[in-house]
Design a protein around this ligand. Structure first.
Ligand code: ZN
Length: 367
């Protein structure tokens, strides 16, 4: 039996936005940690084990940095250790971390122990809604009808700065994806606009470069606007290697509290970020059904590969127990799939900037 130690919430410490702090940081091969997201991580490498143990034993904030996205992005999220458990012989440690604050890396340096400890600048979360609030409120004093008669374009334009309106638009788009879970009251959307904008990033497997661009935006209003624009585009999910079609946007299924994306550590300590779907095509089963070490209680798994290029994509989960729905679903690893926008095959940052430009042009014309 492994004892799990949980830290008191009173010990939490947030850094003042804008300040530069010296922060012990890890790079976990392109992994993403979004503010608010909670993930388990297992380390058995001696150096990393020592790194984490020192933070648990000597750092009151129990916080370290995770460098996310591509190495050259020089960007990361602070990770607060919420709980930890050592394997009996202390040969590995499993920690549960929660993403807290975004940061940029100012300089690369190691501490006296040879650990990577760069100076990082903690980024602020800006809310343009506050800036535009007086205008929004005076607009709302007019009835809907007189608003449309007087300033039809201005009114639309102001809607774009209202986080609540943007959130309800996003919820309408996400409705199809989360319908099943919402009906069963197994899940609810975050109320806060900043948390909601990050929830969308957790729930949708945007291509990495787009995810990084959205994370680098300080203004929650702009992030919500771009997420709305991106999700209004037509997209589907394809094999990351050969681009064979796997499923459409309606096949999304939420199987964990924090969205369709869950992060799971297998018995070898390998982290898999998984997206779950109700239906997937063009795959082939390459193992027998097994219930050993299943990530989803009550479900057993079968390994699946891409039918065309044979790349490992993930697992088909099936339950043999009565009264459990769905009977079957698919979990694909983030690294094996890609989201393909119909109008842009490259899916890189330039796509976000193009949308941003369109967004701003519309504004400028309307104002
Ligand atoms: Zn393939």
């Amino acid at each position: 039996m492994v004892a799990i130690s949980t830290f008191s919430i009173l010990l939490r410490r947030l850094f003042t936005p804008g300040t530069i702090v010296s922060l012990k940081t890890l790079y976990l091969n392109g992994m993403y940690l979004i503010p608010g997201q909670e993930i388990p991580l297992t380390f058995s490498n001696r150096i990393t084990l020592q790194f984490i143990t020192t933070i648990i034993e000597h750092d009151d904030s129990r916080t370290f940095g995770i460098r996310i996205g591509r190495f050259e992005d020089r960007f990361g999220t602070t990770a607060e250790i919420r709980s930890y458990s050592f394997k009996d012989d202390r040969s590995s440690i499993t920690i549960k971390v929660q993403g807290r604050q975004r940061f940029t890396i100012i300089d690369d340096r190691n501490n006296e122990q040879g650990e990577y400890q760069p100076n990082v600048q903690i980024l602020s979360e800006l809310d343009m809604h506050d800036f535009f609030r007086p205008i929004i409120q005076s607009e709302y004093r007019l009835s809907k009808k007189s608003r449309s008669l007087l300033t039809p374009l201005l009114s639309n334009s102001i809607d774009q700065y209202d986080n609540q309106i943007l959130m309800s638009r996003l919820k309408m788009i996400l409705m199809k994806i989360f319908e099943y879970r919402l009906k069963n009251e197994e899940f609810s959307y975050p109320v806060d606009a900043i948390a909601f904008s990050y929830f969308v990033l957790m729930a949708i497997p945007f291509p990495d470069k787009i995810k990084t661009s959205l994370l680098k935006i300080d203004c929650v209003n702009l992030r919500l606007r771009l997420e709305t624009s991106l999700l209004n585009e037509n997209f589907k999910f394809v094999c990351g290697t050969c681009r064979q079609n796997l499923c459409d946007r309606n096949s999304f299924l939420v199987m964990s509290k924090l969205g369709t994306s869950g992060t799971f550590v297998n018995s070898n300590g390998i982290v898999h970020e998984l997206y779950t779907f109700s239906k997937v095509e063009n795959t082939r089963r390459v193992s027998l059904y097994s219930e050993d070490f299943s990530w989803f209680p009550n479900y057993g798994w079968i390994i699946i590969n891409c039918r065309q290029c044979r790349t490992h994509l993930g697992w088909e989960f099936e339950t043999h127990k009565p009264n459990i729905v769905p009977k079957k679903f698919w979990a694909l690893t983030k690294n094996s799939i890609s989201l393909l926008f119909q109008y842009d095959e490259n899916c890189d940052e330039s796509y976000v900037y193009k949308l941003l430009e369109q967004d701003l042009n519309v504004d400028i014309n309307q104002w």
